[in-house]
Design a binder for this molecule. Structure first.
Ligand SMILES: *Cc1c(COP(=O)(O)O)cnc(C)c1O
Length: 339
């Protein structure tokens, strides 16, 4: 039995999802003629109470498009030092938008409104890049699936408004935060100018992300998507998977969270492990004791069929997901006691 906990992106479409995909109505989405894509976009726009939504092949492309829509070359985005847009999008911020990132030294990928405010370059100080955007991530990936305090997000909205900055949410795993915090998409729609969400993480779709926002900014989104090479033709098959996932794979995220907590309990008793970071959602980050060799530890797990990934500095990551079954969970807990 292979237990793959490297990421929640390793899932395969469920039978129900595949059946829905097979019978999806499709058309040429570059001409906006794909009924399944149009339905998914409309559903997400309505769900978040925003004007428009646009389907993207990946979350990285959705985020990159958002950066482009909010900024001009030479400007600067404020984000956490752990941010996906900074660490894991191939340097796209500078490549695609010609912007730099002002990194905030936050906690678990999150920072305070005060930290953001002090990171803003004075607009009349022409020696520095012009600050034009604040970008946050919820849940945080490198921060171990941590969820933002909604009050802090509101304060950040105020900072953005006061300084005329855009406000973007990388909500690749926003679904997980909504479930665990019992929040509604509309709360987020009211706060942010743009929001990207992934269908290919916890929701278990083979592909797809959606950028959601209001008319003023989103007007240019379809052109930016075309420029980035993200205009696709009969892509409604993927939208059908997304619609299916919203109906069938959203509420169940609570199960992934519960399993992650149970794994953490066992891990925290393991003598090779220094510390397990607090578990809020489906990501579990833990640190090995300094005398434990990371490669050896990973090999021992791998011999038992367990796949997880290293995050650097003796930290390892596990992510629970749709294809991580109860049987796998039981087996993993047994193995972790003795590893
Ligand atoms: C996965 C992820 C993305 C998008 O990743 P893609 O692989 O490009 O779909 C964006 N932000 C965060 C925080 C993520 O975890």
């Amino acid at each position: 039995m292979i237990i793959d906990l490297r990421s929640d992106t390793v899932t395969k479409p469920t039978k129900g999802m595949l059946d829905t995909m097979l019978t999806a109505e499709v058309g040429d989405d570059v001409y906006k003629e794909d009924p399944s894509i149009n339905a998914l976009e409309q559903r997400l726009a309505d769900m978040f109470g925003m004007d428009e939504a646009l389907f993207f092949p990946t979350g990285s492309m959705a985020n990159q498009a958002a950066l482009k829509l909010h900024t001009n070359p030479g400007e600067q985005v404020i984000c956490d030092k752990y941010a996906h847009i900074y660490n894991y999008e191939g340097g796209g911020a500078s490549f695609n938008s010609g912007i730099s990132c002002k990194l905030v030294d936050g906690h678990r990928g999150m920072f305070t409104a005060e930290q953001a405010e002090t990171s803003i370059n004075p607009p009349d100080f022409y020696h520095s890049p012009l600050t034009s955007l604040i970008a946050v991530e919820n849940t945080t990936n490198k921060g171990g699936g941590a969820c933002w305090d909604f009050e802090e997000l509101k304060k950040l909205r105020q900072v953005a408004t006061n300084h005329g900055l855009g406000y973007h949410l990388d909500g690749a795993r926003l679904w997980n935060a909504l479930i665990v915090k019992d929040q509604s998409p509309k709360q987020y729609g009211e706060l942010f100018d743009t929001i990207s969400v992934c269908l290919s993480k916890g929701l278990g779709c083979p592909m797809g992300s959606v950028l959601i926002g209001n008319n003023d900014l989103m007007q240019g989104a379809i052109r930016v998507r075309k420029i980035l090479g993200g205009g696709m033709r009969q892509v409604g098959f993927a939208a059908a998977a997304g619609l299916y996932a919203l109906d069938n794979h959203f509420e169940r995220l609570a199960e992934d969270h519960k399993k992650a907590k149970e794994i953490a309990e066992v891990l925290s008793k393991n003598t090779s492990i220094e510390k397990v970071e607090p578990i809020e959602t489906n990501i579990l980050i833990f640190e090995l004791k300094s005398d434990v060799n990371e490669t050896d530890f990973l090999n021992r797990l791998s011999e038992k069929g367990i796949q997880i990934i290293g995050m650097g500095s003796n930290k390892l990551r596990m992510v629970t997901h749709l294809n991580y079954s109860d049987a796998m969970h039981e087996r993993l807990l047994q193995i972790l006691v003795s590893i």
